[in-house]
Ligand binder design. Sequence first.
Ligand SMILES: *[C@@H]1O[C@H](CO)[C@@H](O)[C@H](O)[C@H]1NC(C)=O
Ligand SMILES: *[C@@H]1O[C@H](CO)[C@@H](O)[C@H](O)[C@H]1NC(C)=O
Ligand SMILES: *[C@@H]1O[C@H](CO)[C@@H](O)[C@H](O)[C@H]1NC(C)=O
Ligand SMILES: *[C@@H]1O[C@H](CO)[C@@H](O)[C@H](O)[C@H]1NC(C)=O
Length: 462
Amino acid sequence: MFTKNMILLQLAESLFALVVLASTLVHVTSAQLHPTSLAEYVRLPSLREQAAIQDGWRDERLSRIPGLLNKYRIQAWLMSQREYAEDTLWWSVKGATEYAPHRRTVLLFHTNTSSLAGQPNPLRWVDNTGAVWPELRNILTSYNPRRIALNTDRDVAFGGGLHVGEYEALAEELGEDWMERTVNEPMLGIEHVATRVPGQLQYYRDLQETTWALIEEAFSERVITPGVTTTEDVEWWYREKMLLLNVTTWNHPRVSVITPESFPGWSGTQDVIREGDLLHVDFGITAMGLNTDVQHMAYVLRTSEGETDAPVGLKEGVRRANRMQDIVLERMRAGKTGNDVLKECLDQMKVEGIEGQIYSHPIGDWGHSAGAVIGFTNLPEYVPVLGELPILPNTYYSIELYAYSFVPERNETLRFRLEENAYWDELDERWKFVYGRQERLHLINATAAHPTQPALAFVVQP
Ligand SMILES: *[C@@H]1O[C@H](CO)[C@@H](O)[C@H](O)[C@H]1NC(C)=O
Ligand SMILES: *[C@@H]1O[C@H](CO)[C@@H](O)[C@H](O)[C@H]1NC(C)=O
Ligand SMILES: *[C@@H]1O[C@H](CO)[C@@H](O)[C@H](O)[C@H]1NC(C)=O
Ligand SMILES: *[C@@H]1O[C@H](CO)[C@@H](O)[C@H](O)[C@H]1NC(C)=O
């Protein structure tokens, strides 16, 4: 018999979760809760203003590269690329009005010392005649760097962006004497890409608010008509609406009806959304060189049966996932590896009787950005290479995970999948959510639907 025992068990677990929640609330989550009012679509500055702001961030980041080179005892960092075959790092060093690099673009970062003191940093050549090579050789001869970093890493994208044809060209043009001084140091690229700069957070918060506003509208009766709207309709609604908001994305939105089977997914499910469904979205937006990555859940009220709130068992699932978020944020500390943090979190979950999985990652310049990952969907306990990297101070992280929770009302164990973006607050010395975190299910209340408003106003019908 499931009913009595399982409900008692569930009650006991809920109480335990509440006690745990109360004990951690004080030092973890103040001012990070589900915002009390609905999010609004934030209007970004004009493109011209955005470019000026982004170039300010870029200049600040470039000015830190000499320090980074010194940290890793490297005197020069050489990037060579051709139009459309650019180094991954290009996108984190270019100006706001630049797109792909022109012709062959060679960048030489230096430590601002000896013969290159006072010269532009990086030195830059844009060439299609071969004139770059003798000039580069002359510069190297006068500067005489002992260790020259090339982005040749085999595992880390941010340290491995040198295309093989460029490597061959460099090897031939620089010759053995210089090539012997080249080294692979992926931490240069990782640290550069992961670096946050002052003034960025307020815009990142705006992007998060817009992300939330999109979810709140998508997961409402304004977009979803139970029995009619499909999960794919909602995905394309997001895409069309983003155009109107002047933002793009780095990942097609994935909308699913949650069932015990619906995971993992590189795509959403293909379902007509019905009353009583538990919905999930995984998506993010891109603007001003920043990316968001958020997952929320929603419940379609059985309004035809007079239901006015989500079943308790579903709310409990969200609470468990929230508790896991706290566990991760409490244990993430600069210097620990991603795998250290993962193990500590899994141990703590065991202590608290929570089952689930963690697969959190850095975010910022990229949706999946540079730095230590904390688990992967297919590597739940240990991640080679990317999990062995250190957590960096002063970065953004996407806290992505699920908690299993038994839902007595459905006699099913479901994955409660949440994701929110966090930043390191230097003053308070702890991680905080950039905008907030989901603690209440979004509710789709079909009785509140406005009869004159077409549900999919933004979808271009074929
Ligand atoms: C998007 O850009 C257009 C053109 O500048 C502007 O009219 C509109 O208000 C913008 N929308 C938002 C939500 O920022
Ligand atoms: C390096 O030199 C350039 C050009 O003089 C200057 O703009 C930059 O701030 C210097 N960087 C450091 C870290 O000293
Ligand atoms: C609940 O699910 C379990 C396993 O799927 C099944 O054995 C059991 O009969 C179900 N209980 C009820 C009340 O439907
Ligand atoms: C659903 O919408 C109806 C009509 O606007 C409203 O009376 C009711 O309170 C709403 N229910 C919930 C749970 O929001």
